[in-house]
Design a protein around this ligand. Structure first.
Ligand code: SF4
Length: 328
């Protein structure tokens, strides 16, 4: 595994890390400030073919720049990177990537937008000190995803107050969600539940997530609360289950393949996911229970009879809203 040494304050540490054979360095221009020392490290890195990340951080910005710009503004962060880059240029070193992180999502986004207009070098994205889950994950995603969606960014890191494994997982999942990496693991989608739900969707989705994650399969699985809308709404999923009258309708790419008892819904998903991985979607569709679609249709009809086409009581709610509006 490549090692990147993250250097603050001590030039000797940077030189020692290079001697030890690290594959990359990160230098913080805010606390490694002497031009001669910066150029010395860049020269050593150049001779050894080791890349450096100029890691500007709003929380440890160079005091002179902080004062000049009146704070850790996006312009100040980019200026700090520009000055460091100028030292590197003096010694003919250009194997560089740049980060301009801040714990404020808005500042970070503005800084990276400006950096992408200013530099041709690759950019490393991150919201620094984002904090524990779930807030840290939300902040990191808000900043990183916004920029990636604009085509800005080459590498990334989530800075979470959590096990580093969670950081790596979050990064991977974000890239998969944005379609920037092929799916390697489970993507569990589930409906938010509503008046039509025939099952505790949160419980079933949580159990399914736990059971299917262990399989480590690149598969999208849907857990839907009702058979009336579920299979249609999740027809793009590789595999899914929708709850009916004490039964689950198992579907592959929207086609019903089996009807199972409600308490076997999660087990049926796990079993079918394994079979899809072993045999492929076409083979599993061909092996479907031929009576399943008719059974499913009968369940759907029963539910519609029971609860009508307006299970969310839309008409009644609209009338209530109008009455309240009139009262006010
Ligand atoms: S209509 Fe059915 S699938 Fe859609 S949110 Fe409600 S319970 Fe879930």
């Amino acid at each position: 595994m490549p090692i990147v040494a993250d250097i603050h304050f001590h030039v000797e540490m940077a030189l020692a890390a290079l001697e030890a054979g690290v594959q990359g360095l990160r230098l913080n221009p805010g606390n490694l400030r002497k031009p001669e020392e910066i150029k010395l490290v860049a020269s050593e890195a150049r001779d050894r073919g080791v890349p450096i990340r100029i890691g500007v951080n709003a929380g440890s910005l160079h005091p002179d720049i902080y004062e000049r710009f009146g704070g850790a503004t996006p312009e100040a962060l980019v200026e700090s990177a520009r000055l460091e880059l100028a030292y590197f240029d003096e010694v003919g070193f250009s194997d560089v990537k740049i980060s301009v992180k801040a714990s404020s999502v808005a500042t970070m986004i503005a800084a990276y937008r400006l950096a992408s207009e200013t530099f041709d070098h690759p950019l490393h994205l991150g919201v620094t000190e984002a904090g524990p889950l779930p807030g840290g994950l939300l902040k990191g995603t808000a900043g990183i995803a916004t920029l990636l969606a604009e085509g800005i960014g080459d590498t990334l890191r989530y800075s979470l107050t959590a096990d580093p494994v969670e950081e790596a997982k979050a990064g991977r999942q974000l890239l998969e969600a944005l379609g920037l990496r092929e799916r390697r693991g489970l993507d569990l989608i589930a409906c938010p539940s509503c008046g039509r739900a025939e099952v505790d969707v949160i419980r079933v989705a949580t159990e399914a997530q736990a059971a299917l994650s262990e399989l480590n399969l690149p598969i999208q699985v849907a857990v839907m609360g009702c058979v009336v809308n579920g299979p249609g709404e999740a027809r793009h999923a590789d595999l899914g289950i929708a709850a009916g009258k004490k039964r689950g309708h198992l579907f592959i790419q929207g086609q019903i393949v089996r009807v199972v008892p409600e308490d076997e819904m999660v087990a049926a998903l796990v079993d079918e996911a394994k079979k899809i991985a072993a045999e492929g979607v076409a083979a599993r569709l061909a092996a479907r229970d031929l009576g399943a679609e008719a059974e499913a249709q009968a369940d759907r009809a029963l539910l519609l009879d029971d609860r009508g086409t307006d299970a969310n009581h839309t008409t009644e709610r609209i009338a209530r809203i109008r009455r309240r509006a009139e009262d006010e």
